[in-house]
Design a protein around this ligand. Structure first.
Ligand code: HEM
Length: 323
């Protein structure tokens, strides 16, 4: 190879591993020197035209890496039969790539030699050119906060302020309970009764919608009646009479519904023989009495002077009043 070849590739400026200079006789043959010696040595040996063109720095002294005395106990160079590679110092500054300082203890432990002189770790010459071990991964430590002495992981929830007062929500108020509403009255206990078998609301719906059922308590085919207050107060459900009530101006026979009433028969009889509209609305205004008692409709509630013949009649006005 020509003597100027090393200069094209930087020459001896960045050698990584160089063998120590051997005691070979100097020669003017650049090819021989280049083949037998490291680059910088070869460049030095080529003191001809190539060396004159590119000034080469003197060869750096070999760096001895094993400075620890305990590691050099078996380092006997006399027994070496082949040239031992030696690290070369860098003449040009190389940007530091180390992320952290190397750990000498770990490096030394890996390079300890066995008693027979065989190295177990990396060669000593390349120790200085190797990259230092990567830094340890960062430990998950919480960011230092003022007054914080905890050593928990940063993945842990942030420290909570202790001894914070719990907002009071009133005496006897559980945190699991819903927030208090606008009324402080306790809910009324249910007054529903246990109905007899076969008297569920579904049973009543089946009976009330039966086309053959006559729940009015009147003669078959009887027209709707015009019920006066004097007539109504006799229908109390006692003495063999049906229990009539007035709901929304209409008169209903409640007797068939008594065993089906979820609130019990005594409660239902409270509205018998009178106008139970207000009482009904105070207890369960959501109940659709018109639909449930449609088959129990007797007639319309009229004043005494409007009684007439006693029947609701068949006039169109009376029928509209029934609706
Ligand atoms: C007018 C006199 C009436 C009184 C005094 C009365 C009273 C009651 C009472 C105390 C309850 C129990 C409420 C509870 O669960 O705590 C109740 C439930 C009920 N009553 Fe009446 N009632 C009357 C008329 C009627 C009528 C005419 C019907 C049907 C057309 C009816 C249908 C019901 C129904 C469906 C329930 C169950 C309501 C529910 O569970 O939400 N009630 N009633």
């Amino acid at each position: 190879r020509p003597a100027w070849l090393p200069s094209l590739f930087g020459g001896p400026s960045r050698p990584l591993i160089a063998a120590p200079p051997r005691e070979t006789p100097e020669t003017d043959d650049a090819d021989t020197v280049t083949r037998d010696k490291p680059r910088h040595v070869a460049a030095e040996g080529a003191n001809g035209a190539a060396a004159a063109k590119v000034p080469m720095p003197p060869p750096p002294p070999p760096v001895i890496q094993h400075t620890a005395p305990e590691l050099d106990v078996d380092d006997d160079d006399d027994e070496q039969t082949t040239p031992k590679a030696a690290a070369a110092t860098l003449n040009t500054p190389v940007p530091a790539l180390a992320l952290s300082a190397p750990e000498p203890t770990t490096r030394d432990a890996s390079e300890k030699k066995k008693p027979n002189g065989v190295t177990t770790g990396a060669p000593s010459a390349s120790a200085s050119t190797l990259m230092p071990p990567p830094p340890r991964p960062p430990t998950l430590r919480p960011l230092p906060t003022a007054g914080s002495t905890t050593t928990s992981s940063s993945l842990a929830p942030p420290p909570r302020a202790r001894n914070l007062p719990i907002p009071a929500r009133g005496p006897g108020c559980s945190t699991l309970a819903p927030p208090p509403t606008h009324t402080s009255k306790p809910a009324k206990p249910s007054r529903a009764v246990v109905l007899e078998p076969g008297h569920s609301p579904l049973d009543w719906a089946r009976l009330a919608n039966s086309p053959t059922a006559d729940l009015r308590g009147l003669a078959a085919g009887s027209p709707y009646l015009r019920v006066t207050p004097s007539m109504l107060k006799k229908m109390t459900g006692r003495k063999g009479k049906d229990a009539w009530t007035v709901l929304g101006g209409k008169v209903y026979n409640m007797s068939p519904y008594l065993p089906f009433h979820p609130g019990g028969q005594p409660e239902l009889l409270r509205g018998a023989g009178r106008d139970g509209t207000r009482l009904f609305g105070e207890i369960h205004p959501w109940v659709n009495y018109e639909g449930m008692l449609a088959a129990c409709l007797v007639g319309i509630f009229v004043a005494e002077e409007e009684e007439g013949s006693g029947e609701a009649g068949t006039a169109a006005g009376d029928m509209e009043a029934m609706d």
